[in-house]
Design a protein around this ligand. Sequence first.
Ligand SMILES: NC(=O)CCC(=O)C(=O)O
Length: 266
Amino acid sequence: MSEQAKLNVAILQMDITVGEPETNFAKLSELLESAVSAERKPDLIVFPEMWNTGYALDRIHDLADIGGERTIRFVSEFCRKHAVNVVAGSIAEKSGDHVRNTIYAFDREGNRTGSYSKIHLFRLMDEEKYLQAGDRVGELAVDGIPAGMMICYDIRFPELTRRLALGGAKLLIVPAEWPHPRLHHWRTLLTARAIENQMYVVACNRVGTSGTTHFFGHSMIIDPWGEIVAEGGEAETILTAELDLAVVDKVRSTIPVFADRRPELY
Ligand SMILES: NC(=O)CCC(=O)C(=O)O
């Protein structure tokens, strides 16, 4: 597919049952079947952050997917069956003694096209006490379109998105578990990342309540001009939109921020 392609995206804005991978796999399967049964078939499906376990951090070493094997087998088979690309949100994934918050991405043949482990751990939710941070950025291509992956709290670090954009990314994919009362931060930061890097942002947030924490959904698809193309509410839903990748080049040539940067000064 050419870089000027259009891409139909479906975001699975789901509730997550904390500490219950079986329930979460079942829920995800249902949503996936609905996504591919829709009239407009998606080219890319995106899941939320830590969808297999939620933030069951005190039991995460027992619950995490060892080597990501179950997730990889399940998603890869689905991609092959339905000829669809998937960025499989993130999962709690265990290798050796470490658990990471990891995204796996797959193409239409079910091949793994990339992975990314969250590099900024979120202290407010105790991630740094239980999880191992990743140590590299997340790049991939979706039907030939250069893209970047980051996870939730990562969007507070504009250097990371800029690094991905300088590497060629035209599309940023962000699985998240971002709760109230920071809806304003979520919407503003995602919009800023889209405007300053002149790229599409596809962000999938969970809904539902875990203890006293309320996750607000509001998954978003934002275009390179900063316009919100689609936004969820607070209920479980599949959010869809068609991305026109030609818009990235158009915006970048209208206001050429990449050519106008002065990195020698900052
Ligand atoms: N799961 C996360 O990284 C949450 C990030 C968050 O809520 C924030 O305000 O940042």
